[in-house]
Design a protein around this ligand. Structure first.
Ligand code: HEM
Length: 499
């Protein structure tokens, strides 16, 4: 053990903070009276990650501003964990994540289950030069400058819209056949199918039938996505018993289905189907597989999450549902111009991403001892190998940053009106961000595609149906991404013009 390491462990035993500067995080103790959970994931709490993060901000009102929003946890001989909900700290860390010397990595510890399912060389999991190479290879296909060319967007928009309408016909059929004015439906399974179909058939130019999506591919991907979370934690806690952990037959079948789906998405490359027509690279198919797996599973998960939350919020907000309806009623084709003018829909999506971000924390790791300049001109020193959880879920719900004094509305409620207040106060993404698509070099490359898919699905749905939430309130299920924990259970009614 080197001298530096020994002195660090001694400092940890003395409870001496490893941080320095004028933005000092406060310490979270191992046991805390009345706290919702222990401050680390273990076999009994890992299915409730938001509760673990809640624990970091339990009973912090008496602390200084820096200590209240920046918290750290240490176990002697283990690396430090910093959880921050402070946007002034989140933003510079996101900005300084990349492949340059001394920059932050994306922390792979919380995502190694994802890597085992998709491959370690994907753009999502890799760091350093490998990440840079993967980004160069894969990201341009999703970029705004490629996707939002009128011709390209027009082509995708048409096929995406067709898909959304076909799936809505199914719901229309359920509704008409029931003979009742109102039908009770769980929307999340329907959303998963539309989102996967848009990706595989429209974006990658594949040809998967609706039955196969329902019966085979969506259930397999759902099983694998849930398994990714379990696998991450179980692999850490049950590593000594690895020999006893065997994959179930269902899981192995799901992995086979995932490979088949990846083959289907890749097949379009030969014929220049879908987005492949614009893909310029001579990399072998094998080099693309892990990214395609990430795009299929990750993008289905993230776009389903945003669609599910948006419909869930609108189902509890008849006023905003009608506002969206009035706007989309006249839109038949979502062209760049009509998308730009759909300001209400945009506002609703922003508020949804703020209150219920699909990715609830963004993991980072410091690669050297480093100083951070916060956006409000404080300084924070952080030691090498600190695991940093950028807790956007709690940042976006914190009254100090998004509450009444700032936006005119409580931070923890769905209030798209706040965006008008913020606009009047001249707030822009420059000084207030929800980080729903991340920020900086590792921001989401699928932001334009994701927004387009979700806007189309939500717009088409609101145009056809009125819907009301069955439950007055809803909690968050958090796995790879967050989802409403009632599966978006609604009472559905066809709008008069479609009866
Ligand atoms: C509306 C849906 C989506 C949301 C809310 C979303 C959100 C995010 C966020 C927050 C990040 C940053 C993670 C971090 O900083 O650690 C991210 C990264 C990423 N997203 Fe998305 N995403 C969405 C759709 C998509 C789509 C459609 C694709 C691709 C088809 C995609 C592919 C990726 C990839 C590959 C990364 C990693 C980028 C890198 O590390 O360089 N996402 N996404």
């Amino acid at each position: 053990m080197n001298k530096l390491r020994v002195s660090r462990i001694l400092n940890q035993l003395r409870c001496k903070s490893p941080f320095d500067g004028d933005c000092l995080p406060s310490r979270v103790s191992f046991f805390g009276w009345g706290r919702p959970s222990l401050p680390f994931p273990h076999l009994w709490n890992y299915k409730e990650p938001i509760r673990i993060l809640d624990g970091y901000f339990h009973n912090v009102e008496h602390l200084s501003q820096s200590g209240k929003h920046n918290r750290y946890f240490e176990v002697p001989a283990l690396p430090t964990v910093l959880v921050t909900r402070d946007p002034a700290v989140i933003k510079p860390i996101l900005f300084a994540t990349g492949d340059k010397p001394g920059q932050f990595d994306r922390d792979t510890m919380p995502t190694d289950g994802i890597a085992r399912a998709t491959g370690e060389d994907s753009m999502l999991y890799a760091n350093g030069p490998l990440w840079r190479a993967q980004k160069k290879l894969a990201a341009p296909s999703f970029g705004r400058s490629n996707l939002f060319q009128p011709e390209t967007l027009g082509e995708f928009e048409q096929t995406f819209r067709h898909t959304a309408m076909q799936r809505l016909k199914r719901l229309h059929g359920i509704q008409s056949e029931s003979g009742e004015a109102v039908t009770r439906v769980e929307l999340e399974p329907e959303i998963n199918v539309v989102m996967l179909e848009m990706l595989v058939n429209n974006f990658f130019g594949g040809k998967v039938s609706e039955d196969d999506l329902w019966d085979k591919y969506v259930p397999s991907l759902r099983l694998l996505i849930d398994h990714m979370v379990n696998d991450t934690i179980e692999a850490h806690w049950l590593r000594p018993f690895k020999v006893f952990r065997k994959s179930s037959e269902r899981l192995m079948a799901a992995q086979k289905d995932f490979e088949q789906l990846t083959d289907i998405a890749l097949a379009g490359r030969q014929t220049g189907a879908g987005m492949w027509a614009r893909f310029k690279s001579d990399a072998p198919d094998e080099a693309l597989r892990s990214n395609i797996r990430v795009f299929l599973a990750g993008a289905m998960e993230a776009t389903s999450s945003l669609t599910a939350w948006t419909l869930s919020h609108l189902a509890r907000s008849p006023e905003w549902q009608e506002n969206v309806y009035k706007e989309v009623y006249a839109i038949d084709v979502y062209e760049p111009e009509s998308l730009k003018n759909a300001t209400v829909l945009h506002q609703v999506l922003e508020e949804t991403l703020r209150l219920t971000p699909s990715l609830y924390f963004l993991p980072r790791k410091s690669t050297v001892d480093t100083w951070i300049d916060t956006t409000d001109e404080r300084k924070l020193f952080m030691p090498k190998d600190t695991h940093v959880l950028l807790d956007v879920w709690h940042a976006n719900r914190c009254e100090d940053f998004w509450g009444k004094a700032v936006s005119g509305y409580r931070a923890d409620i769905f209030a798209p009106e706040r965006w008008d207040v913020l606009k009047d106060k001249d707030y822009s993404a420059k000084n207030l961000q929800h980080f729903g698509f991340g920020f900086g070099p590792r921001t989401c490359p699928g932001v334009s595609l994701g927004r387009l898919e979700v806007a189309l699905a939500v717009g088409a749905f609101v145009k056809l149906f009125k819907f009301k939430a069955v439950n007055d309130s809803v909690g968050a299920y958090a796995g790879v991404s967050t989802k409403p924990d009632d599966g978006v259970l609604v009472d559905l009614e066809l709008r008069d013009e479609f009866r």
